[in-house]
Design a binder for this molecule. Structure first.
Ligand code: S3P
Length: 440
């Protein structure tokens, strides 16, 4: 019903902007709700995930006014959310679910979280465990949604030594600690995206960050009032990665993507692209709302294969689907390993990628925690193929990009899931010349 396809495109050209970063949009909606005063958010992404989050914050008594690409949030203070008898429908968003579970730790009432099929399949154990240590009551089956949570006024401060890298879990614990009477410590053995820390510091949380060799040690003291501050959000680097990758594999193409967030914790994929011989250049660098921003130019390139280890994978977890597609076009072999967490994303990404690439007749070997992909500049798909997306927006976008270099159609089974992160993806791609179409 929602089938959609892409096909060989001659060249992609233009100057575009991508939606505001999804991670920052979700964080500031929640943190703005917990601050005292009014937060004006410029450049917010109204993805389906953000829209669901706004509905839920409204159910919990926060006033939020939506404007075209901005939002106004009237904060209620830490612990100031109101009870609701309605279930919080989190749609597809693991980030919003985890961060909101953190926020509700500081509330002395019961709330039930539910989600779509893909979210309801995701294991929340790694978060449930520390939140229970903080004294919060959590009820669920098999550590999956539906989850009922009942917090209380003062969560217990903990020391959390994070074994599996996850910005969502780190952020949820930081938010849960906002009303703890004392010091919560998080040891990040593999540092992940740091937008929560940046925002918390900006709005007045007492947060201290130290580096120790490769580790990051974050200390936060609770019961410090948060003061609303206006925030401008730059473009989502994960969205920019998809459009940029389409350009790299399409001949005679050049695209400039304006005002993209280039925070170092988000640019690992761009660094890997350089190693793959990609023509990519970042210019006009500046700082906006304590985040690094720049314009990125991508040009058609002859890519070569590259091998990624655990730490690299952790820092480009959202870009592994598009990386795998690029690897299919690169000279030689590529691989990634240490990506167990990929199995607990919007879909089991190792499985979805393996199936999709195999369907496209790409030589690919599956390992427990990764894939090995044999590249071929002239990917040759001899008949139309149909890809199962498993409701995973990043799988859907990655395979639509693959189709741009294919004589035959690459059909995805569900285009709707793309709205969860990048609602105007199809429009932008068509505007720059992509051969995209709805399948009747
Ligand atoms: C996100 C963190 C990552 C990423 C997700 C967004 C965030 O998940 O995959 O799309 O906003 O914190 P994990 O933290 O679980 O690795």
């Amino acid at each position: 019903m929602n089938q959609f396809y892409s096909k060989h495109s001659n060249s992609l050209n233009g100057v575009v902007e991508v939606p505001g970063d999804k991670s920052i949009s979700q964080r500031i909606l929640i943190l703005g709700s917990l601050a005292i005063g009014t937060t004006k958010i410029k450049g917010i992404s109204y993805s389906e995930d953000a829209n669901n989050l706004i509905k839920n914050l409204k159910l919990l008594g926060v006033k939020i006014i939506k404007q075209k690409t901005s939002a106004i949030v009237r904060g209620v203070g830490i612990g100031g959310l109101s009870p609701t008898t309605k279930k919080l429908y989190m749609g597809n968003s693991g980030t919003a679910t985890r961060l909101m579970l953190g926020a509700l730790c500081n509330q002395d009432f019961e709330v039930k979280f539910v989600g779509d099929k893909s979210l309801s399949n995701r294991n929340m154990y790694e978060l449930i465990k520390p939140l229970r240590q903080m004294g919060v009551k959590i009820n669920c089956k098999n550590n999956k949604l539906p989850i009922t949570i009942k917090g209380f006024n003062e969560t217990i401060p903990i020391i959390y030594d994070q074994k599996i890298p996850s910005a969502q879990i780190k952020s949820a614990i930081l938010i849960a600690s906002l009303n703890s009477p004392g010091l919560t410590t998080i040891i990040e053995n593999t540092p992940t995206r740091n937008h929560t820390e940046i925002l918390l510091r900006k709005i007045g949380a007492k947060i201290q960050i130290k580096r120790f060799k490769k580790k990051k040690i974050i200390k936060i003291t609770g019961q410090k009032e948060l003061k609303a501050k206006n925030i401008s959000i730059a473009g989502d680097p994960s969205a920019a990665s998809i459009i940029g990758s389409a350009v790299l594999i399409t001949p005679e193409s050049e695209i400039k993507i304006m005002k993209v967030n280039i925070n170092k914790t988000r640019t690992t994929f761009f660094n890997i692209l350089k190693k793959m011989n990609a023509k990519i250049n970042i210019s006009n660098k500046k700082r906006i709302s304590n985040e690094q921003v720049g314009d990125i130019t991508f040009k058609s390139s002859n890519l070569k294969g590259v091998h990624l280890g655990k730490e690299t994978v952790a820092n480009m977890i959202d870009e592994i689907p598009i990386f795998s597609v690029l690897a299919a076009f690169a000279k030689g072999n590529s691989s990634f390993s240490g990506g167990n967490e990929l199995r607990n994303k919007e879909s089991d990404r190792i499985k979805s990628l393996y199936e999709g690439l195999t369907t496209c007749k790409i030589k690919v070997k599956k390992k427990n925690d990764g894939l090995q992909i044999t590249g071929n500049k002239k990917v040759n798909i001899t008949r139309d193929v149909k890809i199962k997306t498993y409701c995973d927006h990043r799988i859907a976008m990655a395979f639509l990009v693959m189709g741009l270099a294919s004589k035959k159609k690459i059909i995805i089974d569900n285009v709707n899931c793309i709205k969860t992160s990048f609602p105007n993806f199809v429009t932008i791609m068509k505007d720059i010349g992509a051969n995209f179409s709805k399948k009747n």
